[in-house]
Design a protein around this ligand. Structure first.
Ligand code: ADP
Length: 157
């Protein structure tokens, strides 16, 4: 069975990587869809986000990174992907994630959304917090791998 994990990954964090490594064990193939959403403002370009994800997951054999501009559901249907993976950290994620899951279900009932609970070590962790820390030169070692921390520091140098 194939699954897809979509997100902005601006940038990818240890929280995302935890979800990815766990989902990769559950499914034969896991696609990571890096959003190329033109209406959203990102710190990193979609190419940069794509390359950072690719470098971070190079050790995982059944994981492939793709850049997607349109609807994830349509991409999934075209590629026989049956499961959409999302991560849940705290209760405040729930409403937003429920809206996305219901919208996707309306688009197609062939795709099932599966939520993985964040590991407690990562439940406080987000890309926006990593960006904020980087801006003020904070310690990023618990948030992102070293190569991502370097990219973040470059952006704010
Ligand atoms: P989006 O803009 O689609 O929310 P993100 O890159 O912020 O993209 O997140 C992608 C998915 O990963 C979402 O389901 C989000 O809840 C989840 N996620 C983000 N950070 C963590 C974390 N620390 N632990 C578990 N899941 C997370």
């Amino acid at each position: 069975m194939k699954a897809i994990y979509p997100g902005s990954f601006d940038p990818i964090t240890y929280g995302h990587l935890d979800i990815i490594s766990r989902a990769a064990k559950m499914y034969d193939k896991l696609y990571i869809a890096v959003a190329k959403n033109i209406s959203k403002q990102y710190l990193f370009s979609s190419r940069e986000r794509f390359l950072m994800v690719k470098k971070s997951i190079a050790h995982l054999e059944n994981v492939e990174v793709v850049e997607i501009e349109g609807l994830i559901v349509e991409y999934a249907l075209r590629n026989n992907i049956e499961v959409m993976v999302r991560g849940l950290r705290v209760v405040s994620d729930f409403e937003h994630e429920l809206q996305i899951a219901i919208t996707n279900r309306v688009l197609s009932d062939k795709i099932e959304t599966v939520f993985l609970m964040s590991d407690h070590k990562h439940s406080f962790l987000s890309s926006s917090q990593a960006r904020e820390l980087a801006k003020f030169n904070g310690d990023l070692s618990l948030f992102v791998p070293d190569h991502i921390a370097r990219e973040l520091r470059k952006k704010y140098a």
